[in-house]
Design a protein around this ligand. Structure first.
Ligand code: ATP
Length: 645
């Protein structure tokens, strides 16, 4: 029968509503004419006067009919709210609790028709039910809450017990049939994890050989690269229960709860052994202790201690493997990484283009694709994207196709999905002609500097349609995945970033606020070049923490200074030198190619967007000049550009 208490409550309520309905419709009330509610004394008086012709007795209630219409004042009628008098034909009263011996003789004397009706049982119990309804509801809701709390171990299991439960999701093979086939690429990671799978499938084999299998495996890599997916695939391949929890779920405002949740999780996993525990975002509890950051969180440290001791506390026969994922292995407490705990690290890195093709294949498996779809081209045009991005790209392409009401997802849908992902969503924004022209000059500046300088990525698209936060976008995409970024490349990149602002200056002799984001990026890059990559001439190959992101907060923070005021001054000078160098080059490029810049801006105003091919064919008959002297540090033997000075 109904096991869910909520369903039971709903059933009771439905029954009551049904009964009320039946009562109202099957036994409709008499059409009402005003009935005077009068005092027993008045009734007796009217009876004596012979003004009553009929009386009905029903228990202690007495009702009847006057002889004709009787005028009564408001005072004579209980709850009478009328002015002066009103005519009534019927009345009602209540008999006194003490029996009136004169009543019946008087009725007989006045020859009143006397009717006696049984007390209205039906009405009585209906009114009882209706009176009880709110109580039933209150008790029902209360009962529901209590039952739920009990199920979750609240009442009866102790109040804190509820918090002490780990809350980990348990997936079995049937619920989560993820296998390695669903994880595209990541060949090395899969190979490393094969050993774990072999162990979980046949734990005895390793014991027989006296080997020790790593108990904890840390999956480290940027967000969205498939760490969670990989962990689930390991469970799916090994066909064992999979307990999944995010480390932040351990932490509650009560001290001690996290530790008890960790205990509960490990106890459950051991009960279901062989099994896998997966702790996502391990850095939420696993950050190095004693830093005083994160609010001096005692609770976090206690939780971490408990986790450490649980990892230590595995008996040789506990066939439980702990997988954990983090984006920041660098901030983890070293105690977590020592042998016997998470002693194996598997790096889940950003996919290269070949892996991106495979990921796209996985996520387009169920999509009807048009013939022109070239996943390899999509993959090559999405450098830096991770699995989660590609999944969302494929999904976006399908949505665009659905919006167009077509049968198959075509290449153009993928292109649009890609642009949307890389450059943000198109915005409808009213811009004056002047503003459009400023934007066109700005974007043409970026594009032209990118096209003229030798060591840059090809311009994938340049547009003056507002997208995301930007009024226009110039998108460059590398031809291949890059792992090394030479100094000349970075300088060129800075020049390209400054190209927009420099173009505005060149044409309008004034700059605008449109370059704010460009300047920020230039500054960040220059700071890294000087402080992290030793690329400045004045400072040399030294690395300073300035400009580094804070390891715990993922953003910049006033880090402890490890250098002198003088060094800080030199750093500032070097950053300035690099930015000036980049600006000088961009200025020279645009001054040398001013006519082309203006023509390109005109073309942009006309077309709004130019892709790589369109840009190339536009520039095909133009001569691009490269100011060799001003851009000496950017030089690279690459494209066939005429060098002028
Ligand atoms: P985070 O660090 O933010 O938790 P994560 O690395 O755990 O991210 P997942 O949650 O595993 O990333 O991946 C997000 C989604 O991206 C997955 O649901 C999956 O669909 C897709 N994905 C990521 N990598 C791959 C891959 N190699 N093959 C197929 N799909 C992938």
């Amino acid at each position: 029968m109904l096991k869910n208490p909520l369903h039971r409550i709903l059933l009771v309520m439905a029954l009551l509503v049904g009964l009320n309905f039946v009562y109202t419709y099957l036994f409709p009330r008499q059409p009402t004419e005003p009935v005077a509610e009068i005092a027993y004394s008045l009734f007796k008086q009217k009876l004596n006067e012979g003004a009553i012709v009929e009386v009905t007795l029903q228990g202690e209630r007495l009702s009847g009919v006057f002889a004709g219409k009787l005028a009564l004042t408001a005072e004579q009628v209980a709850a009478g709210r009328f002015e002066g008098e009103q005519l009534f034909t019927r009345f009602r009263t209540v008999m006194p609790p003490v029996e009136d011996p004169n009543l019946f003789p008087l009725l007989e004397k006045q020859q009143v028709k006397l009717l006696v009706e049984p007390t209205e049982d039906r009405a009585l119990w209906m009114s009882i039910v209706i009176n009880l309804l709110p109580w039933v509801l209150i008790i029902g809701v209360w009962w529901f809450i209590i039952t739920r709390m009990r199920q979750q171990g609240g009442i009866g299991g102790g109040f804190l017990n509820k918090f002490g439960k780990s809350g980990a999701q348990l997936y079995s093979r049937e619920q989560s049939p993820v296998t390695f086939a669903d994880v595209a690429g990541l060949r090395e990671a899969k190979q490393e994890l094969q050993e774990i799978i072999a162990y979980l499938r046949d734990p005895g084999k390793f014991a027989r050989l006296g080997g020790r299998v790593p108990r904890g495996v840390l999956l480290a890599g940027p967000p969205g690269t498939g760490k969670t997916l990989m962990a689930r695939a390991v469970a799916g391949e090994a066909e064992v229960p999979f307990f999944s929890i995010s480390a932040s779920q351990f932490i509650e405002m009560f001290v001690g709860v996290g530790a008890s949740r960790v205990r509960d999780l490990f106890t459950n996993a051991k009960k279901n052994a062989p099994s896998i525990i997966f702790v996502d975002e391990l850095d939420a509890v696993g950050r190095a202790r004693g830093t005083g950051l994160g609010g001096g969180n005692d609770e976090r440290e206690q939780t971490l201690n408990q986790l450490l001791s649980e990892l230590d506390g595995f008996a040789p026969h506990d066939e439980v493997i702990v997988l954990a994922a983090t984006n920041r292995p660098d901030v983890l407490d070293t105690a977590l990484l020592r042998p016997g705990r998470f002693d194996r690290q598997v790096v889940i890195d950003r996919p290269d283009w070949r892996d991106r093709v495979k990921i796209l294949e996985v996520h387009t498996r169920k999509m009807p694709l048009a013939e022109d779809v070239d996943l390899e081209r999509v993959a090559k045009g999405t450098p830096g994207m991770v699995g989660a991005d590609l999944q969302s790209l494929a999904n976006e392409a399908a949505l665009i196709a659905a919006r167009e009401d077509v049968e198959r997802v075509a290449m153009s849908h993928f292109e649009r999905a890609k642009d949307r992902q890389l450059m943000g969503m198109e915005r409808k924004l009213f811009m004056s002609d002047l503003e459009r022209r400023i934007t066109a000059i700005h974007e043409a500046g970026h594009a032209l500097v990118a096209r003229c300088l030798p060591n840059t990525d090809p311009v994938h698209k340049v547009t003056i349609i507002p997208r995301g936060q930007a009024l226009g976008v110039t998108q460059q995409l590398p031809e291949d995945d890059r792992y090394h970024f030479p100094r000349s490349y970075l300088l060129c990149r800075m020049s390209v970033m400054l190209g927009g602002r420099v173009a505005e200056k060149e044409i309008f002799d004034e700059t605008s606020t449109g370059a704010q984001n460009d300047l920020k990026q230039v500054m960040d890059l220059a700071e890294k070049m000087v402080c992290q990559w030793g690329m400045s001439n004045g400072l040399g190959p030294l690395s300073y923490p300035r400009g580094e992101e804070h390891p715990f907060l993922g953003r910049k923070l006033a880090a402890e200074k490890t250098f002198s005021e003088k060094t800080a001054w030199i750093i500032d000078q070097e950053i300035k030198t690099l930015v000036n160098l980049a600006e000088e080059c961009a200025t020279a490029v645009l001054a040398e190619n001013r006519k082309t810049l203006e023509a390109l801006a005109e073309q942009l105003l006309e077309e709004e967007s130019l892709d790589f091919q369109q840009l190339e064919s536009f520039l095909a008959d133009k001569t691009l000049n490269f100011p060799q002297k001003s851009c000496a540090e950017m030089r690279h033997s690459g494209k066939s550009i005429k060098e002028t000075d």
